[in-house]
Write a protein that binds this ligand. Structure first.
Ligand code: PEP
Length: 250
């Protein structure tokens, strides 16, 4: 049985005061266990604050990226062991904003995934097509290429300690959500792809949907067979909005 995971990607938002208020609100709202896992992804400078507030709670946390190198001359970068030092369980890899704005290639994403796993972090691998690619009927080809880059480097067994997030680029931050049918179709394609290599991993792996998830559309999305929760951007920045997504799961 796969547990639903609701993960909040804060992107480059936050301040000490906002992190305090948001996390205190989330802690109060998640005291009672409802079978849903919740995780937050603050910017690097707030990981220490997240760790001190969330330790021993029902909420886990992670980082939005990492550098695959263990240490060295990488000015401005953060290594896997540094994330572990601040109690991170997860790390996002290959978010579309990293791929498009910062030029992370499929191979580069595969290196980050591998380094995260090696260090003992659980990578959340983000994949998804642009609007142009969807209109050209390339959704499956693009998602397959992005998955293959990681599968070919790390192997299918690596996914026993990883999560996949399907995030159509055209739905991120746009208010346009993929319909539950559109999302389910791609999630089933992803699960089938794992099944062609390993049935057990395919049955266990959590595949999150990301792209304008909110309290009104979450229940319908998460009710689909192959949708195991959400990677949430905008709606994870307000206590009520984020909790309404968590509480949408029945
Ligand atoms: C994201 O940042 O991964 C995301 C899905 O953002 P939003 O929910 O704002 O579309």
């Amino acid at each position: 049985m796969r547990r639903i995971l609701v993960a909040g990607n804060w992107k480059m938002h936050g301040s000490r005061a906002m992190v305090q208020e948001l996390l205190e609100g989330l802690l109060a709202g998640t005291e009672r266990e409802n079978g849903v896992d919740m995780a937050v992804f603050p910017p690097y400078p707030y990981l220490a604050q997240a760790q001190s507030l969330l330790e021993n709670s029902n909420i886990t946390w992670g980082a939005q990226n990492l550098n695959p190198a263990p240490k060295g001359a990488h000015t401005g970068e953060v290594s896997p062991s540094m994330l572990l030092d601040f109690g991170c369980r997860y790390v996002l890899v290959g978010h579309s904003e990293r791929r498009t704005i910062y030029g992370e290639s499929d191979e580069n994403v595969a290196d980050r995934f591998d380094a995260a796993l090696e260090a003992g972090l659980e990578p959340i691998l983000c994949v998804g097509e642009t609007l142009e690619e969807r209109e050209d009927n390339l959704t499956e080809a693009v998602v397959e290429r992005q998955l293959d880059a990681v599968l070919n480097q790390s192997g299918v067994a690596a996914f026993s300690r990883a999560v996949v997030a399907y995030e159509p680029v055209w739905a991120i931050g746009t208010g346009k959500t993929a319909s539950p049918e559109q999302a389910q179709a791609v999630h089933a394609f992803i699960r089938d792809k794992f099944a062609s290599r390993d049935d057990i991993i395919a049955g266990q792996i959590r595949i999150l949907y990301g792209g304008s998830v909110n309290g009104s559309n979450a229940a319908d999305l998460f009710a689909r067979e192959d949708i195991d929760g959400g990677l949430v951007g905008g709606a994870s920045l307000k206590v009520e909005d984020f909790l309404s997504i968590r509480n949408a799961v029945v």
